[in-house]
Structure formats: C-alpha cells, structure tokens
Design a protein around this ligand. Structure first.
Ligand SMILES: Cc1cc2nc3c(=O)[nH]c(=O)nc-3n(C[C@H](O)[C@H](O)[C@H](O)COP(=O)(O)OP(=O)(O)OC[C@H]3O[C@@H](n4cnc5c(N)ncnc54)[C@H](O)[C@@H]3O)c2cc1C
Length: 448
C-alpha cells in the first residue's frame, strides 16, 4: 500500500452498529480530548447534556499536553488585549493558581503566550471534566461512524475490550484530523501534492540550560551561521527554544519536517523518524555552539510528532485570508482571534501576516469565527471544532492556536447541548441565543 488516503468504508448503519455491545447512550459524544474536545465536553455537560468524551490517548489536552507547553491566541498581538475567556481562561487560571503557568512576552510574533507545565494541564482537564460530570473514555479510538441517511447516530469505538457502539444525539468531531467528518462523508479539504500543508515538528526538552545566556535573536543568528556552514543539518533557522516552569529546562519548537501528508500513515511514520533525527541534530548544535547549552541534556520528546494541519472541514462557511487580514466580524461569531497568519510552509522561514494590517505590523485587532465554520454541509447531528474547522490554509494558519481551539470547543459543546434540549439539529441552533449563552458563560465575543 503506497497511499492510505482511500478508505472511508467506516460508515455503517444502525443495524450493523447494534451487532456491537452498546457502550454508552446519551446526548453528546465528543471524539478527541484535545483543547477543543475537552472544552466542548465541559461546556456540553455544564449545559445539562449527558456527555461522553472519547480519547485515543491516556490523557486529555491533546497536542497541548503532549507536544507543547504554551497557549497562544489568548492575547492579541499589538495591544495585548485578552480575546478568549470562558473554559479556556478557566484552564489558564487553574494552572496559574497552582504556580504551573506564567505569561511569556512576545518574543517572535505570536503575542503574549501562557507557558504551562503540561503534566499539570492533564490534571486540570481531568478535574474540569470530572466536576462538569463528563464521562471520559481513554484508550478508545472512534473507528466508524453510524449513520442513517445524512444523520449521524453515533460512533463505534475500539477499546481494550474490543469494539463498542456509542450512541448520541449529537457528535462533536474534535479529532484534529476531521476523522469523523471524513468518515461521515462530509466535504473536506485534504492534503494533496498540490495542496501542501504546514510542516510537522518534533518537540523536545533539554535540562541543564542557562537560557538567559543567549537571547533569541542571537540564537537565530547562530542557527543560520552553522546551518549555512554545512556543519549541521538544521532545516529551520529560527523557531522557539524557551524557558519553562522548571528551572534550567527549555522546551523547543525548532525541527521541521516538510512535504508530509499527515493523513498518509506511511508518510507519517517516516516523519516520526525524521523528527527524531532532527531533534538529535538540533541538540548537538545547541550543546556545541550556543552559550548556556554546554551542559544541556535531553529529558524527553513529544510522544508523537506535532501535526499543525491535515484534513479540514469545508463547512457552511469557509473562513479565508481576507476575513483574517480585514479583521472581519460576523453576526454568528462564536470566538475572536487576533493571532497572525503564521505559515511555516515557506522554506526555512515563517511568513507572518497580522490581522487588520496584512503585513508585519501587529494591530491588536481581531476577527470573528462564525458558528457556520463548525457546521458540515449535508451531514446532520455533527459539529466540528478545533484545528479541523472550516478554514482555508491561510486562515487556518491564524486560527489554529489553542486559545481559539478551546473557544471553538466551548461553542460546539454549548450548541450541541442547546440542540439536544430543543430537540433540533445543530444547524438550527439560533446563533443569537448561542452567543448569549456563550457570553453568559464567560466567552469573549465583542471586539474591543
Ligand atoms: C509543532 C506545533 C507547535 C504549535 N505551537 C503552538 C503554540 O505554541 N501555541 C498554540 O497555541 N498553538 C500551537 N500549535 C497549534 C495547536 O497546538 C493546535 O492547533 C491545537 O492544539 C489543536 O487542538 P485540537 O483540540 O483541535 O486538536 P488536538 O490537540 O490535536 O486533539 C485531538 C485529539 O483527538 C484525539 N483523536 C484523534 N482521532 C481520534 C479518534 N478517531 N478517536 C479518539 N480520539 C481521537 C487525539 O488523540 C488528540 O488527543 C502548534 C501545533 C504544532 C503541531
């Protein structure tokens, strides 16, 4: 098998699904417990929906807990105004209260970040989902979508006890890869040879570092110098090596594995190996060439390579570059975003284009993310949230930060609960009522 972007045979009827044991039956099932899915589950459960959160890994937080340690998107570069509230901001506060997070000033363009301890983040999500009454199923991958006509009725999940049927009134796809929307046959934009997605990055941590000894600009200068000399194979000559909540420990976001279709299992496997090779090479460079890193030693790498972009929904609205650069607002906006287009696909460098200016000047302005970006076309009882929302490549390069993923998740969970309580479809949820509920629950929806 050369390419596995083929099998969509995972759509089955209710009769076929009922051959499996009924594992759970309720109002809302969320597939994927990353930033979007965990926020969605908390919001749905708080609004009274019985809610199951299905996660393939052993913890919540997804990419935010396994690959990264900094939330972006909470603050708009330029003014520094906070533009995300609600569940996402609760997570930030819970981390800060435990002294497991601090705000890190903008060093290379994305605005003020919230740097946290990923292990504490996992606990915070356990507590938030637990106190909201969410049922969580780990080590469980949704492998099939149960459908009658255009209606999604649930999913089949693969567990340690074999496959089981999970039935729900609304399914939220927060898988990052639009796994459920894809299986349900929804319109999607998929990686292709002529549709390159952003590169992948293997992140890793080093201890024994005096990070203050080399400012970021000098680090970037040294990277370019030693990559150009041919002494080191460094595909990216900038990126982030930053302090963490642990003394003497830095987190890195520097490796770059380009030209990969992350929905092709063979390419993804090769990318894992290339990411590991690069992590060793960057470590060698840092130790040998960068003041403050002479005694550095590796203390761990992400359990899987970080995927920025893969399949994305083509929903009722497709957020695009113009919307971002003109700071467009929408009547059905369920989140705000002030993050720039940050496109890593441009060779060794990264392209930055700011909201409201279209160039490298941060303005502090925001655009809205319409509810319609979470609604598939032609498939019912399904919502999509997080990095697989409906957006073009360029708009996605702005809206994919964790702050916005959590805000979208909260909106999807709230909309699902409203649909369940009204006995209606997610697409029939009144955007005005949804926005009122979100605002009452702390979401920030009005541009400053
Ligand atoms: C290298 C890299 C660096 C980045 N840097 C930053 C940064 O510094 N700050 C920032 O804010 N953003 C950053 N981003 C972007 C941000 O991390 C992501 O856009 C965001 O985390 C996506 O959240 P999500 O909830 O949509 O998806 P994810 O966090 O990827 O969660 C998806 C979850 O779904 C689960 N899953 C998938 N399929 C199934 C299935 N079929 N059944 C069950 N479970 C399933 C996965 O296990 C996963 O836990 C970065 C991304 C990458 C890759």
């Amino acid at each position: 098998m050369n390419s596995a972007r083929t099998s969509q045979s995972a759509r089955i009827s209710q009769a076929e699904a009922e051959r499996h044991p009924l594992l759970w039956d309720g109002d809302v099932v969320v597939v994927g417990g990353g930033s979007a899915g965990s926020a969605a589950a908390v919001a749905a459960a708080r609004r009274g929906a019985s809610t199951l959160l299905v996660e393939g890994a052993a913890h919540l937080g997804g990419t935010g807990a396994s690959v990264l340690d900094t939330f972006y998107g909470f603050y708009a570069p330029g003014t520094g105004d906070r533009v995300v509230g609600g569940v996402g901001w609760e997570v930030c506060q819970a981390l800060t209260d435990r002294k497991a997070a601090f705000e890190r000033p903008n060093t290379y363009g994305a605005g003020t970040g919230v740097t946290y301890d990923p292990e504490t983040l996992k606990l915070v999500w356990d507590e938030l989902t637990g106190s909201a009454g969410v049922r969580v199923l780990f080590h469980a991958r949704a492998s099939r979508v149960v459908m009658e006509g255009v209606n999604v009725l649930g999913v089949v999940v693969e567990t340690v006890a074999g496959p089981g049927y999970v039935r729900a009134r609304v399914v939220i796809d927060a898988s990052g890869d639009a796994d459920i929307a894809w299986r349900a046959g929804a319109a999607l934009e998929r990686p292709a040879e002529d549709r390159v997605v952003q590169p992948l990055t293997q992140t890793f941590r080093l201890a024994g570092v005096d990070a203050a000894a080399t400012p970021t600009a000098e680090l970037h200068r040294l990277m370019a110098l030693h990559a150009d000399s041919g002494a080191y194979k460094l595909p990216r000559r900038e990126g982030s090596v930053h302090r963490t909540t642990e003394p003497g420990v830095v987190h890195t976001n520097v490796t770059r594995v380009s030209g990969v279709d992350p929905t092709d299992p063979w390419q993804l496997s090769a990318a894992e190996q290339e990411g590991r090779r690069q992590a060793v090479e960057y470590t060698r460079f840092l130790r040998e060439q960068v003041p403050g890193y002479e005694q550095a030693f590796p203390i761990g790498s992400a359990p899987r390579i970080g995927v920025r972009e893969s399949r994305r929904l083509i929903g009722e609205y497709v957020l695009d570059r113009e919307d971002v650069l003109t700071a467009r607002q929408f009547e059905d906006a369920i989140a705000l975003c002030g993050a720039p287009i940050e496109d890593h696909a441009a060779g060794q460098r990264t392209i930055w284009r700011y909201v409201g200016s279209g160039d490298r000047t941060p303005t502090g302005r925001t655009y809205g993310v319409p509810y319609r970006c979470l609604l598939p076309r032609g498939v019912e009882a399904l919502l999509v949230a997080g990095r697989c929302l409906s957006a073009t490549h360029d708009a996605h390069a702005s809206v994919r930060s964790i702050g916005q993923c959590m805000a979208m998740g909260q909106a999807a969970g709230t909309a699902a609960a409203l649909a369940v309580s009204a006995g209606s479809r997610p697409r029939d949820v009144d955007a005005v009522g949804l926005r009122e509920q979100l605002a009452a629950d702390g979401a920030l929806l009005s541009p400053g």
